[in-house]
Design a protein around this ligand. Structure first.
Ligand SMILES: *[C@@H]1O[C@H](CO)[C@@H](O)[C@H](O)[C@H]1NC(C)=O
Length: 333
């Protein structure tokens, strides 16, 4: 911590007590070889994530057959994940470890916004699957265009609201050095760790807020899936069960990965031995989830695969595709 990166508190203008103007993100490694290797790894992951999610987004927008609530939500999710990965990996891929105070706050704000929105979108998607499987007769009546739009818009607005409140709290913090953040992006806890304010109250407040904002979508997701599983188990035929399950299995996998990784990072106790591991676990939900989501959806979903084949101009399946869509529509899938 050289003095060039900090300036005396007295210099700060307008009652703003910030004294550190720049942070250094320590990232993963200090050795140059490993850094280069990690850079290449993240670059490959970034390109694959962007390609996968943009592909899904384009398919959903372009293909009329995918204009159903489930795929429109999936389009929202893919759109979200392209932004999410770009935000997280920005500092890893530019190779510049220094980040200004405001860039750091903005990065956290966007990250929080997208992570919270993902929670709500996943819940909306679970609810959609619940209606499709447990209330097939009411599905089209309840899940009409305007309600879908309200759910999607509600997700984005709630995410925005949650992240603005927490970001407002970060802006209250004073940083007077050290300015090294032991993480690969500006996250809440690593920032609190280097702040010289008293963070106890803030930590408590943040925990309460994250419960208020994440518990409802989490409970909605869990309840939906409990009902779905109960309903599926009551289907007498094996093929019927498999068919019903196949319409929600991709989403169930995505939801499970998302909540498991988030829980590992934020809920497990943070002692020193877990701290390094925590950085690796953070990679799971910041980098891995956006990478695997399009893979899960494109590998497991007949509709997505067929839309892809169609987009690539393969002939001779169009009629089969249309009929399968019609039958899926009538069974409420
Ligand atoms: C997001 O979801 C809404 C509501 O279903 C839909 O109208 C919109 O087109 C979706 N956006 C994308 C990019 O898929």
């Amino acid at each position: 911590m050289t003095n060039t990166e900090t300036k005396p508190v007295a210099d700060a203008e307008g009652g703003n007590q910030m004294s550190v103007t720049e942070f250094i993100l320590l990232g993963f490694s200090n050795t140059l070889e490993l850094q280069t290797l990690l850079f290449l790894l993240f670059l490959v992951i970034y390109i694959m994530t962007m390609a996968g999610n943009i592909l899904i987004l384009v398919l959903v927008v372009v293909d009329q057959h995918l204009h159903t609530p489930m795929y429109l939500f999936l389009g929202n999710l893919s759109c979200l994940e392209t932004c999410y990965t770009s935000t997280i990996l920005a500092s890893l891929l530019t190779g510049d470890r220094t980040i200004s105070f405001y860039a750091c706050v903005i990065q956290y704000n966007i990250f929080g916004f997208l992570a919270a929105t993902e929670c709500y979108l996943l819940a909306a998607m679970s609810y959609d699957r619940y209606l499709a499987i447990c209330k097939p007769l009411h599905y089209t009546i309840i899940m009409h265009g305007r309600f879908c739009l309200q759910l999607a818009a509600g997700s984005w607005v709630s995410g925005l609201l949650a992240s603005y409140i927490v970001t407002g709290m970060i802006l209250q913090l004073t940083f007077c050095g050290p300015n090294e953040i032991d993480h690969f992006f500006c996250d809440f806890n690593p920032l609190l760790n280097i702040s010289c304010s008293d963070t106890h109250l803030l930590q408590l407040l943040a925990s309460i807020l994250s419960f208020i904002f994440t518990l409802p979508p989490f409970l909605l997701t869990v309840t939906s899936y409990v009902c779905i599983i109960v309903a599926i188990l009551q289907i007498p035929s094996t093929t019927g069960r498999q068919k019903a399950f196949s319409t929600c299995s991709s989403h169930l996998i995505v939801v499970t990965i998302f909540y498991w990784t988030i829980t590992i990072v934020y809920v497990l106790p943070k002692n020193d031995t877990l701290r390094d591991l925590n950085k690796v676990f953070s990679l799971l939900y910041t980098v891995l989830t956006p990478l695997v989501n399009p893979l899960i959806y494109s590998l497991r979903n007949k509709e997505v695969k067929e839309a892809l084949r169609k987009a690539l101009g393969e002939k001779g399946f169009e009629r089969e595709y249309t009929t399968s869509q019609v039958s899926a529509g009538t069974t409420g899938l």
